[in-house]
Design a protein around this ligand. Structure first.
Ligand SMILES: NC(=O)c1ccc[n+]([C@@H]2O[C@H](COP(=O)([O-])OP(=O)(O)OC[C@H]3O[C@@H](n4cnc5c(N)ncnc54)[C@H](OP(=O)(O)O)[C@@H]3O)[C@@H](O)[C@H]2O)c1
Length: 255
């Protein structure tokens, strides 16, 4: 219950799905969790729900478009002003607006995908990591995807941003480790959220995906949240630069 007692965390994309589950797990372990998403009215009920459930921590909802530098600066400044520090940063918000044949992707789609899925993390790490380094501790968790390890069919831009996120994680881990800051990634497989509806809502498509997966259930957001908790807490004290693949064993299959 107290694994994150006294810690302050930012979780981007906390209004639903995996980000919401991470906020729930962190609050259960007594952290103060700042969740962000684009719309305040989508965040408020999530904060009310988690705070109302009587967890030991607290969820603070803050509207922030992760593609906008001013929003990110405001998010980090207000967290520092209100709580004095940021111990854990979870870069979770992402989009997939550009599904389709690689040769049909255009510059606008490329820029948008890079801005939301990649540059946001790069910018937030630059804003948050110096404070962590000054205090000599911190944990940064980047939510990547198995699509960043293997190309996703008709998912060039999504896969590309997730692969870059994994290398960004390793590069930062190398430099920030000596300053007491751990940087890791999680690569989820198929998890039941709005983002992945295309893959699990259609029964035959879902059955096809599950056929090559050793663990025979549809991944749930809390199964990613528990791994994020490990990385955020002292339980992960010897872990850095890693990408935890949590995919029901799907990437084991060569068939
Ligand atoms: N679900 C899967 O199968 C799966 C698999 C591998 C990796 N992932 C990764 O897991 C992470 C979470 O995905 P999810 O499945 O939980 O997706 P989701 O249910 O669609 O949730 C995405 C979250 O990101 C927020 N968001 C989107 N664009 C944003 C922006 N520009 N600024 C701020 N917030 C933004 C959304 O909030 P608003 O819409 O309210 O702004 C929402 O809270 C993503 O990085 C995704 O790539 C998911």
């Amino acid at each position: 219950m107290n694994q994150l007692k006294g810690k302050v965390a930012i979780v981007t994309g906390g209004s639903r799905g995996i980000g919401k589950a991470i906020a729930e797990a962190f609050a259960r372990e007594c952290a103060t969790v700042i969740i962000c998403g684009r719309k305040q009215d989508r965040l408020d009920p999530v904060a009310d729900e988690i705070n109302g459930a009587g967890s030991g921590g607290k969820v603070v909802p803050r509207a922030c478009h992760v593609g906008k530098l001013e929003d990110l600066q405001q998010l980090v400044e207000s967290a520092h002003q209100e709580f004095g520090k940021i111990d854990v940063l979870v870069n979770n918000a992402a989009t997939n607006i550009a599904q389709g044949p690689a040769i049909e992707m255009d510059d606008t789609q490329f820029d948008k995908m890079v801005e939301v899925n990649l540059k946001s993390t790069y910018r937030l790490m630059r804003l948050v990591a110096p404070g962590m380094c000054d205090r000599g501790c911190g944990s940064i968790i980047n939510i990547a995807s198995i699509a960043g390890l293997r190309p996703q069919f008709h998912g060039l831009l999504y896969s590309m941003t997730k692969a870059a996120l994994i290398m960004m994680t390793q590069s930062y881990a190398l430099e920030l480790g000596p300053k007491g800051v751990r940087v890791n990634a999680i690569a989820p497989g198929l998890i039941q959220t709005v983002l992945s509806e295309y893959y699990w809502k259609d029964e035959s498509r879902y059955a096809q995906m599950l056929a090559s997966q050793p663990i025979k259930h549809l991944g749930q957001p809390r199964e990613i949240a528990e791994a994020a908790l490990l990385l955020a807490s002292d339980g992960g004290s010897y872990l850095t630069g890693q990408t935890l693949v949590i995919d029901g064993g799907r990437t084991l299959s060569s068939m």
